[in-house]
Design a protein around this ligand. Structure first.
Ligand code: NAD
Length: 435
């Protein structure tokens, strides 16, 4: 089949490359000409394991990129909207990009003779597909949904860093369609994956995505709440969770306490669901606590550091602090809502001199913080540092040992449970955030 993918970010570029791998002809559309050029040159616009290989295999054969909506719609059976849905100023969802993409699609559909299916893959709050996207498409195309074009909501569950693998091995495929015809077109696209398809309506599909992410975020904030209590009691919270997680009703994953969750999805999706609930007059207390705990957690790292640097009376002015890890998690260059951001802000506010290192995310963080020294290795960052905060679970940090010996004072605050001080040959003054 022929598909066009609107937006070539994490979800769009991975979906495009994977649909090509599944044997479909793919046209990527992006308003960012640089991304269009990169894809046409076979270069991935973002880092994802396996993405470069897929693009190299399919670009200029069954995959091309353009910024021309008319061309892409005329030459495809379905268009997937994969543009961003950031948080608005009030924390609720900002649908302006989805609306702009829908209007462009509507104009292109107006010029097309044949039936076309529009698929919303961006994460949008319940009712958006039917009450926002569909009316815009009808307005700009002058055509009727369900008769001239189909509308589907098909949420994406991939994890950054493992996005290609997740797309090709989904645990669920959810297709929320306004009718049978558009459901059939979208399910056909996934046929080769040989997974059961949940056939539902658009608003249920939208809710499935939010519940999925909100539940995982809730597990993390729950683990952090428990971890904070365990630390006060001198109990190893990881030992607690290892035992609790053996209960098949609970499951061990996402019970690791630490500096909190970040990324482009969990924080904004929980806030968007809170915003939607509030719009309807419901105050979601549990979800609000999930966000509050997550906001508090990274600042605990700085509090612990200040307590440890007690001989300096917690004074951070001019103290060199190594921040290890800038990406919101390992194996990605994405810094969106990274827990390092509030930590760096707080350290800068306190007058610290920050030496940061991340194997992938340095360039992205440079755009946010200019007054930080970006180092080429963990050793560089640790050299002469008065303290170290471990913010991201990069594998290479697990092997740090003699590098701590380069520090001016060996205070190490671990936000990701990576270091076991008893196994090190170098003596350090270690604190885990919740252990
Ligand atoms: P992104 O910001 O990385 O990419 C969005 C792309 O859309 C950019 O390349 C941008 O240039 C392009 N764009 C903006 N306006 C456009 C327009 N009018 N026409 C064409 N292109 C346009 O976003 P992302 O991380 O890929 O997320 C996209 C959506 O998928 C969001 O709703 C997100 O919540 C959801 N999602 C993301 C992930 C993830 O891990 N990143 C996982 C599941 C779902």
């Amino acid at each position: 089949m022929k598909v066009s993918i609107i937006g070539s970010g994490y979800v769009g570029s991975v979906s495009a490359a994977c649909f090509a791998e599944l044997g479909h002809e793919v046209i990527c559309i992006d308003i960012d000409e640089e991304k269009v050029k990169q894809i046409n040159a076979g270069v991935a616009p973002i880092w994802e394991e396996g993405l470069d290989e897929l693009l190299a295999r399919h670009t200029q054969k069954t995959l091309i990129a353009t910024s021309d909506y008319d061309y892409a719609v005329a030459n495809s059976d379905a268009s997937f909207i994969c543009v961003g849905t950031p948080s608005g100023e009030d924390g609720g969802i900002d649908l302006s990009i989805v609306k702009a993409a829908s209007a462009s699609l509507g104009r292109a559909i107006a010029k097309k003779e044949h039936y076309h299916v529009v698929v919303v893959k961006s994460t949008v709050v319940p009712e958006t597909t039917e009450k926002v996207v569909l009316p815009i498409l009808e307005e700009y195309s002058g055509k009727k949904a369900g008769r001239d074009f189909g509308v589907v909501m098909n949420p994406e569950f991939l994890r950054e860093g493992k996005a290609v693998y997740d797309f090709m091995h989904p645990d669920k495929i959810v297709v929320g369609a306004i009718d049978q015809r558009s459901f059939f077109v979208v399910s056909e696209l996934y046929r080769k994956l040989d997974r059961p398809v949940t056939h539902t309506n658009p608003r249920t599909a939208e809710m499935i995505k939010y519940v999925n992410n909100s539940f995982l975020a809730t597990k993390i904030s729950f683990a952090n709440e428990v971890g904070n209590i365990c630390k006060q009691l001198g109990i190893d919270t990881y030992e607690v969770m290892d035992a609790v997680g053996t209960d098949f009703r609970i499951e061990r994953q996402f019970l690791n306490c630490g500096a909190g969750f970040g990324g482009s999805c969990f924080p904004k999706d929980v806030k968007a669901l809170i915003g939607k609930a509030r719009d309807m007059g419901y105050a979601p207390q549990l979800l609000q606590s999930v966000v509050d705990i997550n906001n508090r957690q990274p600042l605990k790292m700085v509090e612990l550091l200040r307590e440890k640097i007690s001989d300096m009376k917690g004074d951070m002015k001019g103290k060199r602090i190594a921040v290890l890890g800038l990406a919101f998690k390992n194996d990605t260059d994405d810094i969106r809502e990274s827990r390092s951001i509030p930590v760096i802000e707080e350290l800068l506010r306190l007058g610290a001199d920050i030496a940061a290192y991340d194997p992938m995310a340095e360039e992205s963080m440079k755009k946010l913080f200019k007054d930080v020294t970006y180092c080429k290795s963990a050793s560089d960052a640790l050299t002469e540092a008065h303290g170290c905060l471990i913010m991201t679970e990069w594998n290479e940090f697990r092997n740090l040992d003699k590098e701590f010996g380069l520090m001016a004072s060996r205070v190490v605050i671990d936000g990701r449970h990576l270091i076991n001080p008893e196994k090190l040959s170098t003596q350090i003054d270690y604190q885990g955030i919740c252990w």
